[in-house]
Design a protein around this ligand. Structure first.
Ligand SMILES: C[S@@+](CC[C@H](N)C(=O)[O-])C[C@H]1O[C@@H](n2cnc3c(N)ncnc32)[C@H](O)[C@@H]1O
Length: 267
């Protein structure tokens, strides 16, 4: 998305957005008051933050197929995929979730008493481990398609005994259905392939695997026009009731007791 479009989008979002006050939905008010705007004790997250620091200083070069770069209809032809050679520290600097969002996911898992969580796009496992710290009873399926990245994440999970994380290695396009088969999730975090069309396809596949009171978080909804269009389709989907637009990410609920309403919320 170009700078002008982003600035226009941001201005529009800012005009429409609210904080806690002026929110009449009791469900949303309570969520904002007791979860979104409630800070977590940062010392709980020393292990993931140490991992983040180490990654940011790691000059190891990784080589893998960039799943975000392949073209539609070329997914069986690896020769068309771009091989990426990149230092760990560069990936860590560019693609890891900011700590305040990681803490929000941790709080959401606790607040909604989630048991089964799915993360699409593990990367080095920083966010996954925040989610893992929400409780030993929480089971997290996390999928990563870049094998050398998944390797580092897997080592980090086992060295630090994050035993409630199940790491699945592979392309969402090929393994998502198997991973979610027979499962029902309370929280899904979509943070992988940032192509709008793919995001919509994954969302369609996921819908029947979300619990009635479940929640889906979609990252980078303004990454591109196609992602923004995907977000608009998702929040208008028949099964989605309440939706929250945090500008960077979108959150949707499916609970039929909630009114179909859209909110832009400052975070
Ligand atoms: C933005 S990063 C994830 C960051 C991570 N959730 C965090 O918060 O630290 C996106 C990850 O998704 C992975 N990915 C992208 N497209 C994918 C696909 N089609 N299948 C599997 N993994 C994919 C990338 O390799 C990358 O590691």
């Amino acid at each position: 998305m170009n700078a002008f479009f982003t600035a226009k989008e941001y201005l529009q979002w800012l005009i429409n957005s609210k904080a806690r006050h002026g929110i009449h939905s009791p469900f949303l008010y309570q969520f904002l008051d007791q979860c979104l705007y409630r800070e977590s004790e940062k010392s709980l997250f020393e292990i993931p933050e140490k991992h983040r620091r180490n990654l940011k200083n790691d000059h190891t070069i990784l080589e893998y197929i960039d799943l975000g770069a392949g073209k539609r209809n070329q997914r069986n032809n690896n020769s068309n995929k771009k091989i990426k050679r990149i230092e760990v520290r560069q990936i860590a600097l560019n693609s890891l979730q900011q700590p305040r969002y990681c803490r929000l996911f941790y709080r959401m898992i606790k607040y909604f008493d989630c048991r089964n969580v799915l993360e699409m796009g593990t990367s080095f496992g920083v966010t996954t481990s925040y989610m893992s710290l929400a409780g030993a009873h929480v089971i997290i399926d996390s999928i990563e398609g870049a094998y050398p990245i998944a390797e580092l994440a897997g080592n980090y999970f086992s060295e630090n005994k994050f035993t409630n994380i199940i790491l699945h290695r592979g392309n969402f396009d090929f393994i998502l259905e198997d991973v979610i088969s027979g499962k029902s999730y309370d929280l899904v975090f979509m943070d992988g392939n940032h192509r709008g069309s793919r995001t919509l396809e994954y969302f369609q596949k996921l819908i029947k695997h979300i619990n009635p009171e479940g929640v889906v978080i979609i990252d980078d909804i303004r990454w591109s026009e196609s992602m923004l269009n995907a977000w608009k389709e998702i929040k208008n989907h028949n099964d989605v009731t309440l939706s929250i637009d945090l500008f960077r990410m979108g959150i949707v609920f499916f609970d039929i007791r909630l009114k179909k309403q859209e909110f832009a919320i400052r975070f």
